[in-house]
Structures are given as C-alpha cells and as structure tokens.
Design a protein around this ligand. Sequence first.
Ligand SMILES: *Cc1c(COP(=O)(O)O)cnc(C)c1O
Length: 361
Amino acid sequence: MGLGPQAFIDLSALEHNLQRVRQAAPQSQMMVMLKANAYGHGMLTVANTLQDADAVAVARVGEGLTLRQAGVTIPIVILEGCFDSQELVQAAENNLQLVIHEPGQINILQQQTLTNPIQCWLKVDTGMHRLGFPVADALNAFRALSECSGVADGVRLMTHLSNADEPDDPETDHQIRLMRPLVEQIGAPGSIANSGAILNWPESHLDWVRPGIMLYGASPFNGRSGVDDGLRPVMTLQSSLIAISNFSKGDGVGYAKSWICPENMPVGVVAIGYGDGYPRHAPSGTPVLLNGELVPLIGRVSMDMITVDLRSQPDAATGDRVTLWGRGLPAETIAQYAGTISYELFCGVTSRVEFIQGQPD
Ligand SMILES: *Cc1c(COP(=O)(O)O)cnc(C)c1O
C-alpha cells in the first residue's frame, strides 16, 4: 500500500444508509442527492450503487449530462433548472427533469418548442428565501408551467427547509404548514424533506424525500454524529506517518511555530494537508486515529502534511496508517473542531487523494 492519502468508499455502508432512508420514510419515493460529485464521494460510484433509488438529483445540467453519458438511466433532476434555451434543449434530449424556480425559466419553456416534453418540478419558497416562487404565486406559476407545450403532464412541487439541522427549531413546522395545504390545493405530488426532515419530521415526507448527507453516513443534526442516527460512515480518509522526531521542551513546530513543545516529546508527521482537503482551520487538539487511539494534531495544517503529538504512542512507527475521519472517528467531530460541517469536509477532498472502493484493513 502507498503511503499517501486514500479515501475508502464503503459501498455497503451506502446501501445500509439507503435502507435507513426507506425505513424512516417507507411511503415516499426517494430522490438521492448526487450534487457536487456525490458530496465528494464520487458521483458515478454512488449512482451505480444506488440503482434502487427512484431518482437522483444534481445541481446543474452539466452534472446531469455527465451521468447520462456514463450510462445512468434512472430519472435525473436538475435542482437549479436551466439558464437558457440551449441548456433546455440539451436537458430535454437527455431526458433530464428540471426544477423551475423563477419566472424567467417559465419564459424559456414558453418560447422553446421541444420534441420530447420535459418533466418539471415547481420550486416554492416557504421560508428558505434562496430559490423558489413565493407561496402566494405558486398556483399561477404552476398553471403557467403546466400549460407550456414542452412540459410533460404531472408537474410536481418542491420546497427546501432552512433549519432542519435543529430538531427543536419551530421554523421547520412553519414551512411544513405552508407547503402541505398548497400541495393539497394544487393536487400535485410534493416534496419537502431533506435528511434532517426524513429523520425528524415524518409529516414532511409526502410523495418524495430528498436524502443527501444521511446517505453518506453523517448526521444532519448539529452536535450529533451519524452513528447516533443509525447511519454508517461511507468515506474513511486515511494517510500515513512519514516521519517521527523527538523535540525538546520549548521547541516550536511548523509554520509560525504555533505549537511549542511543553516538554521533550515525539512529534509525528502525517502525509495529508489542506491540498488534499484536510481543513486548514483544524486547530491543535483536533483528533486523528492512530493504531486505534486518538492523538491530537499540533501546530498548523500545511498543504501536504500535518503534525501530531505522539507522547501517548511510544511505539508508533513510520508507515503506520492514520485515519483523519470515517470509521472510528466521525467527520462531524473534525468538522466541529474546524468550525465547519461534514458536508464541506466531504466536498473538499481533492482529486490528488486516491479513491478506493471498500473499507480500510
Ligand atoms: C442538497 C439538497 C438536499 C439534501 O440535503 P441534506 O441535508 O444533505 O439531506 C435536499 N434538497 C435540496 C434542494 C438540496 O439542494
């Protein structure tokens, strides 16, 4: 095995997490989130593993085309829709479904004739205030969209939750109470739930759920980790110890010497850094897993390396494997230390990390 950084992608964990979604929302169809290279896990690998999903979703037409060109045949939803008539034609030719979130997109559909009608979702803004038609405009927009000759029968409705990472936040109930009557009034299939709502708000499930982070095994809730929610981590990020040195009390380690040795101590160097996607803001004290034990990172994260405190590991040797996150050390923990969320850590793993299907030894 090489000494460099490797991301192990555990497909059995992915399947387990998919079953967890089915168990939580057994009546709903499932639209699996593959945007941003499947949250950094590899879009094609995940798409091929989750054949069982009812649809997949990506942000942009280009991502949808990549999936089609790779031979993915299940329904693909484009969350940001298309921006011009050329993209619209491409989307229709490749049997992509569009989320329509602003009036300009309806105009494009009204002006462009299509040979194959395209399946559309109308995005409603129930409080996220990012994309979507205001609730008061939704019925008119639904009618205008449904009347376009290029739009397939059976337009669906979708909204997105802003605060579902907090189980006690009343905003989610508020959004659900706005969306459900609208779905009933219009009489179209509806979709509200992201991972947080799948796990915590059953009344949001409706016809379609849209799991993202929970499929990858991380908790959607602040302050929790995936195992608490019955999930298994899909990505395990590892690298190796490539050097061990003994420094003296008072020696400074790394850039800006931000770590000063409080006593004579062994310091290990692990071959991973922000150039691989390890967060540069991870402070001294952030844990890594070495030979089954947590040891703290010390000093600044560099582009290719981090340094760790080996005082608790006198037997550590160069070549020992180190887990940065994944099995045994939730990405959520590292995210908390680094002031971010697991989503960003996963998306940030760079292409120079070797991706391997399976679990580490
Ligand atoms: C990313 C996304 C989701 C999934 O969110 P998670 O918190 O990862 O489950 C659902 N719906 C939309 C519109 C999204 O953009």
